[in-house]
Design a protein around this ligand. Structure first.
Ligand SMILES: [Zn+2]
Length: 305
């Protein structure tokens, strides 16, 4: 086997698509739902094309950062009134997401030409700390603002998908405030970003990351970043800020229908608020269900991974 990172002929070792250290933060999520292959299995998602040296020594610094970062802020759930400020290392966030996307793409035997020598060098060398200009990352808080408890859809705390659907406009055309009737916008087109090679969406419990990888030397990146920043309820990460308060990025629909990236002005945010006020400002059944679920999870956590 040829190692996906160093290119040397060697025996392949199991490389977890999402770091094992992160999976271990969520022992209650021990099943893998593989939508692409239509199977559910009781094992971690892995690829087996990385040599022992790369896996254990060269790229493991990325996993260490990922574990530290996710466990610091996102093993707990938040509600919509919480203010969550994070401190982050932009280079390490880029590397973490690039690595996971690369692992996932190889596991589906997809075109990995984006990961050229320069990109692999970036991932394999902790001292290469100049962020890649043709990689953009946004993040937001994933908060279940819907009346439906998480566990109804499976225990999907860790999720990822390639090429999520970026809406170009609101999914709702208008709301009749007299009757409460909601009119859908039936023909919302997908936002197309020039020179986008691929994108990924990741959820690690209460945080979501969007990773966008552009053609090298593209002149459209700055323009695309303006669209991303203005159009979507996410925070655009960068090398200068170091600290940020991250916004809520989910509404009552796309918290569950994960692959849909709704615009910042999507009427669903308002519909969600109206629904909640109409229910007296709280979702009592959901809250009591979730309390019970915490107890159930304590039992599930004992299941061996
Ligand atoms: Zn290697």
């Amino acid at each position: 086997m040829k190692c996906a990172y160093c290119g040397k002929e060697a025996k392949g070792t199991k490389e977890h698509i999402i770091s094992r250290a992160i999976l271990n933060l969520f022992p209650e999520c021990y099943l893998t739902f593989d939508g692409a292959r239509h199977v559910i299995h009781e094992a971690d998602p892995v690829v087996k094309d990385v040599c022992e040296d790369c896996n254990k020594n060269r790229i493991s610094y990325i996993d260490n950062y990922a574990k530290e970062f996710i466990s610091r802020y996102f093993t707990r759930k938040y509600n919509e009134n919480d203010i969550v400020e994070i401190e982050y290392d932009y280079v390490m966030i880029q590397k973490m997401l690039l690595k996971y996307a690369f692992n996932d793409m190889r596991s589906h035997k997809e075109d990995c030409s984006f990961y050229d020598k320069e990109m692999l060098y970036y991932l394999m060398n902790a001292c290469d700390n100049v962020p890649k200009e043709n990689v953009t990352v946004l993040c937001g808080l994933a908060i279940n603002v819907s009346p439906m408890p998480d566990a109804m859809f499976g225990n999907l705390k860790l999720r990822w998908c390639k090429d999520p659907f970026f809406y170009s406009n609101s999914t709702i055309r208008n709301i009749d405030y007299e009757t409460g009737q909601v009119f859908l916008n039936e023909t919302v087109e997908k936002e197309e970003f020039p020179d986008l090679k691929f994108s990924y969406l990741f959820r690690f419990n209460s945080v979501q990351f969007l990773l966008l990888c552009w053609n090298k030397n593209s002149e459209k990146i700055e323009q695309n970043k303006v669209v991303l920043k203005c159009q979507y309820p996410y925070y655009l990460m960068n090398a200068n800020d170091k600290k940020a308060v991250i916004p809520l990025c989910t509404d009552e629909l796309n918290y569950h229908k994960f692959e849909h990236i709704h615009v910042r002005w999507d009427g669903l945010f308002e519909v969600g608020l109206m629904r909640k006020y109409a229910s007296g400002g709280t979702y009592g059944y959901k809250e009591s269900y979730e309390k019970e679920w915490i107890e159930e999870e304590k039992r599930i956590k004992k299941h061996p991974r």
